[in-house]
Each structure stands twice: as C-alpha cells, then as structure tokens.
Design a binder for this molecule. Structure first.
Ligand SMILES: O=C(CO)[C@H](O)[C@H](O)COP(=O)(O)O
Length: 236
C-alpha cells in the first residue's frame, strides 16, 4: 500500500439523472469529483443513451470534469473523438477494442486520461502489463447496461488483485468501480482497493445528491485510510 491514504473520489453517474434537465442535474452534484457519463449503443450493451453531440454540450456547460464510460462497439473509432471534445477522461471497454494499447496512447496524446474497463467476466491478469499505459482501470461491479443493479461481491477478489498489481508496479493508476455502489457496499469496495466510485441511484435517488456524495465520500475515505495499530494495553 502507498504510505499516504488514497484519495476517495465520488463520480455520480448521470444515467440516474433526469435526461431532460441535464444542465440542472449537474448543478445538483457540484461537490462531485467528476461526472460519470454513460454512453451506450444498444450493441455492446442492451441499452441506448447519449452520443457525442450531447456529451460535447455537457462538456461546454459542466463545471465538473467529465469522465466518459463508453459502452459501445467500434470503440477504437469513437473514443478518440470523445477525447477531442475535451473530456477529462475517456474509458473504453477492452472487450470492444481491437488495439487497446494503441487506443490508450491515442487518448493520452489527445489530452484525455486513458481509462480501460473490464466486464465482470473479464479477468484482469492478461492486462496487467498494460498498467503503465493507463490512468484508470474500471472494474465493473454489475453487468454494464443499466443502473440500479445489485453490487457483485464476487468482484472483490478481482479488485484486490488489481490493487496489488497497481501498488506493486508503482504506477499511478486509479481503480474505479461502477455498479451497485451504496453506503453499504462502498466500504467493501474501498477495503478491497478501489478508490474511485461511480454511483447513480445512491446519489440521484436521494433528496440531496450533494449530501449523498459527502456521505459516500466519508465512508469510502474511512475505508481507504489505514487503521492505526492497536496498542496492547494488557499487563504481562
Ligand atoms: O455503467 C453503468 C451501468 O452500466 C452505471 O454507471 C451504473 O450502473 C450506475 O448505476 P448504479 O449506481 O445505480 O448501479
């Protein structure tokens, strides 16, 4: 583990926001670390959301960095265009890419952080040599496509292995988790080694999304902060 605690970041997913009022929905999460923008094409996943023109307008108006999660096919062709739109980070699914190393380099060359996502059934081990090419590794904790699903606890060992590999390699790669993150599951995900948390329902489903972000952040940060060793106070 690094000597100082990892910073806990909360990235609300606008999949759970009101799509007719996206600008005002951004204002409701002003304390977020980034806005998670779910782009789905009804091919890579069985759902359809927004495309590049809408994301470009969000980029124009958002005071918070945008973090696009591209759940789309033909991602080698599309992802660079999202980077060109000025997004802070662009995450592609490795299962959808023909040339993930080339794509990660292309995203960085265009000024975006490079993120790579893994579906629940995709193992992390084949991609560990790629860590220096990445700024973020997204481990899906639900099947991608829909909000409101239950967190897959079976993903915790994969998060632990990814954290061990990141810390062991000395590269600065964030470990993001997406799907089913709540006040209850964030602690387990953070203890396993995730430090960036996407939350849709657990933020936009609350009366005060900003309070929900603060509460999630406090719980995640607590779990990321190493515990002080317990003193043995029993007399021998
Ligand atoms: O990528 C996603 C779905 O594929 C969403 O970001 C994710 O599901 C967030 O929703 P929730 O926090 O409600 O699970």
């Amino acid at each position: 583990m690094p000597s100082s605690p990892l910073k806990c970041c909360i990235n609300p997913s606008i999949l759970s926001a009101d799509f007719v009022n996206l600008a005002s929905e951004l204002a409701r999460i002003s304390n977020a670390d980034a806005v998670h923008v779910d782009v789905m094409d009804n091919d890579f996943v069985p759902n359809l959301t927004i495309g590049l023109p809408v994301v470009e307008r969000l980029q124009d108006v958002s005071p918070i960095p945008l973090d696009a999660h591209l759940m789309i096919s033909n991602v080698d062709r599309w992802a660079p265009q999202f980077a060109d739109a000025g997004l802070s980070s662009v995450t592609f699914h490795v299962e959808a890419s023909d040339a993930p190393i080339k794509l990660a380099r292309e995203l960085r060359a265009r000024g975006a952080k490079a993120g790579m996502a893994l579906r629940p059934a995709t193992p992390v081990e084949p991609y560990l040599d790629m860590l220096p090419e990445l700024d973020m590794l997204l481990i899906m904790t639900v099947e991608p496509g829909f909000g409101g699903q239950a967190f897959l606890d079976v993903m915790l060992p994969k998060i632990r292995r990814a954290r061990a590999a990141v810390d062991g390699s000395g590269v600065d790669v964030a470990i993001q988790v997406d799907g089913g993150i709540t006040e209850e599951t964030i602690t387990r995900a953070a203890e396993a080694g995730a430090n960036v948390f996407v939350a849709g329902s657990a933020v936009y489903g609350k009366a005060s999304p900003e309070e929900a972000i603060e509460s999630l952040r406090a719980k995640g940060q607590l779990a990321l902060t190493p515990k002080a060793p317990r003193l043995n106070t029993t007399a021998s």
